[in-house]
Design a protein around this ligand. Structure first.
Ligand SMILES: Nc1ncnc2c1ncn2[C@@H]1O[C@H](COP(=O)(O)OP(=O)(O)OP(=O)(O)O)[C@@H](O)[C@H]1O
Ligand SMILES: O=C([O-])CC(=O)C(=O)O
Ligand SMILES: [Ca+2]
Ligand SMILES: [Mn+2]
Length: 575
């Protein structure tokens, strides 16, 4: 029995961690001999250190199904074979409850202050929460441990260990991280990063820095993350993504909140965009191989997926619109917070009664044309997705390098969250690098790297509005997915480089006058608005929001290139 399980779970103030055994505790009722403690407890040993905790190590999906169905309320097998689970009170991430330890190194390295996702905590408070999580995990009869990898680039692979209390969490990470072969597991050694997920147990609200009973704590020096008070599995995936946003740029590798796919000729496209703008939907393309749907690295040898799985939104999912994602929902897939028919267990994807953010997590090989290993050459197209619920951004525009950087740093989208009755204004969101919740350094650092790589490899930037057309949310409607797919096809094939363009007012975007398979009149949004005055007003309103947002970046240099910095500052809306 390797001793490292105990080491991982050892409480720092106690002599021993839990005693461990592989397999189902139910089958090993007569506790193994090693549990006996002949020595008298010393002052630093508490009863909890005598407690026996089973470690269920890298269980298979079938074993995890059994654990979930037996022990976790709300777990069911749906008619397609997926495991339906509930994430509890939290059905999305809690960015305001994320804390990062500020120490000598991170104080200078990281982006702190206004706009930054990094809210500080001190080392001591981290240890308080860590102890709370470890004590909770040790108090259980069993915990799950996953040892897996991140990053398909063999030279920059990271070993991660996830300690959790729920089979749901273990299966989620089994699907989302890269799965080691038995040989790789044999030689796994010490992990580079460890998550202690005690999500069922709250943090103590009286602990310094805590503002709720949820806390997601990152300690880069200790290479550890602690989760208390949220069971939403996305916290683990995105927490590790934050870690990659710190580790990779140090090695000259750019980490990206993007989807990525590759055509038959080896042409690679990146899809940036905030949550719900279409990264997963549009990178999953029957005619192209999928490199990944959400998190990538761009290094000297090309791109690599960080993950081993996909995490698709499944609200209103249909076979007609998204057949590959539909077919990926089968045995092994985790279905979060969906509603299904009591008897047939058929999922009702239109049902938002638990949350609008229903999700499916599946291994990437569940997509038939996944490219394994998930790596590819340097990107040819960089597609920025915005779901513009104001309905004023064109369905597609070709960007200059400076405009690409301007929109990358802005990271705009305007999703409409709920869909309640009555007028509901779209709300603009600006999230630097299309992932401000996950970046660790100042946005201009990532932007400079992106500009450099795009320039070096001659990539073209595009802005694609997957949001509203014919008016804002309420009067217009969302652009048909079929049209967006045609636009994306024309970008991939290169045919969109060879058409006529005209320049829009205010945003100065180059828009094509025709795209095969798309009605030409929708390409310039003004055509689709009945009320032209309302269009102008809405356009100026959005331009103003862009300008206000960008104000915080105007005194930052982007890389070494002064002229590019000036061009980027001038690449925003002019009015
Ligand atoms: N024109 C369109 N283009 C893209 N997606 C659309 C369009 N119209 C509707 N949709 C829907 O919008 C959603 C896009 O979600 P998707 O899972 O692709 O987001 P994402 O960018 O991957 O977000 P996250 O980072 O949260 O995973 C899907 O449910 C898709 O069906
Ligand atoms: O992280 C999540 O929970 C979902 C996601 O992909 C995102 O928000 O970008
Ligand atoms: Ca996604
Ligand atoms: Mn994402």
């Amino acid at each position: 029995m390797p001793g490292w399980y105990s080491a991982s779970l050892a409480s720092l103030t106690r002599e021993t961690g839990p005693k461990v055994v592989k397999g189902d505790p139910a089958r090993k009722r007569e506790a193994p001999k090693e549990v006996s403690h002949p020595v008298a407890p010393t002052i630093s040993v508490s009863d909890s250190s005598l407690k026996f905790t089973h470690v269920l190590y890298n269980l298979s999906p079938a074993e995890l199904y059994e654990q979930a169905l037996k022990y976790e309320k709300g777990s069911f097998i749906t008619s397609n074979g997926a495991l339906a689970t509930l994430s509890g009170a939290k059905t999305g991430r809690a960015p305001r409850d994320k804390r990062v330890v500020k120490d000598h190194t991170t104080e200078d390295d990281l982006w702190w202050g206004k706009g930054s996702p990094n809210i500080e905590m001190d080392e001591h408070t981290f240890m308080v929460n860590r102890e709370r999580a470890v004590d909770y995990l040790n108090s259980l009869e069993k915990v799950f441990v996953n040892d897996q990898f991140l990053n398909w680039d063999p030279q920059n692979k990271i070993k991660v260990r996830i300690v959790s209390a729920r089979a749901y969490h273990s299966l989620f990470m089994h699907n989302m991280c890269i799965r080691p072969s038995p040989e790789e597991l044999e030689d796994f050694g010490t992990p580079d990063f460890t998550i202690y997920n005690a999500g069922q147990f709250p943090c103590n609200r009286y602990t310094h820095y805590m503002t709720s009973s949820t806390s997601i704590d990152l300690n880069l020096a200790r290479r550890e993350m602690v989760i208390l008070g949220t069971q939403y599995a996305g916290e683990m995936k995105k927490g590790l993504f934050s870690v990659m946003h710190y580790l990779m740029p140090k090695r000259g590798i750019l980490s990206l909140h993007s989807g990525c796919n590759m055509g038959k000729d080896g042409d690679v496209a990146l899809f940036f965009g905030l949550s719900g703008t279409g990264k997963t939907t549009l990178s999953t393309d029957h005619n192209r191989s999928l490199i990944g749907d959400d998190e990538h690295c761009w290094g000297d040898n090309g791109v690599s997926n960080i993950e081993g799985g996909c995490y698709a939104k499944c609200i209103d999912l249909s076979w007609e619109k998204e057949p590959d994602i539909w077919n990926a929902i089968k045995f092994g897939t985790v279905l979060e917070n969906v509603v299904f028919e009591e008897h047939t267990r058929e999922v009702d994807y239109a049902d938002k009664s638990v949350t609008e953010n229903t999700r499916a997590a599946y291994p990437i090989e569940y997509i038939p044309n996944a490219k394994i290993p998930c790596v590819g050459p340097h990107p040819k197209n960089v597609i920025l997705l915005a779901c513009d619920a104001f309905g004023v951004l064109p369905p597609v525009s070709k960007l200059t390098l400076a405009q690409t950087m301007y929109h990358f740093i802005s990271g705009y989208t305007a999703l409409v969250a709920g869909t309640e009755e009555g007028v509901k204004e779209p709300r603009a969101t600006f999230s630097a690098c299309f992932g401000a919740a996950f970046i660790m350094l100042h946005p201009t650092k990532y932007a400079a790297m992106l500009a450099d790589k795009m320039q070096q490899h001659g990539a073209t930037g595009w802005l694609v509005n997957t949001g509203w057309s014919g008016g804002s949310y309420g009067s217009g409607s969302r652009i048909k997915l079929a049209y967006t797919r045609k636009i994306i096809d024309a970008i991939h094939s290169g045919s969109l480089l060879d058409v006529n363009y005209k320049k829009t007012e205010v945003f100065g975007l180059e828009i094509p006058t025709e795209v095969e398979g798309v009605p030409s009149e929708i390409l310039d949004p003004i055509n689709t608005w009945g009320d032209k005055k309302a269009y102008e007003e809405t356009l100026l309103k959005l331009a103003g929001l862009f300008r206000n947002n960008f104000a915080t970046f105007t005194d930052h240099k982007i890389g070494e290139d002064d002229s590019l910095t000036q061009e980027i500052l001038a690449a925003g809306p002019i009015f």
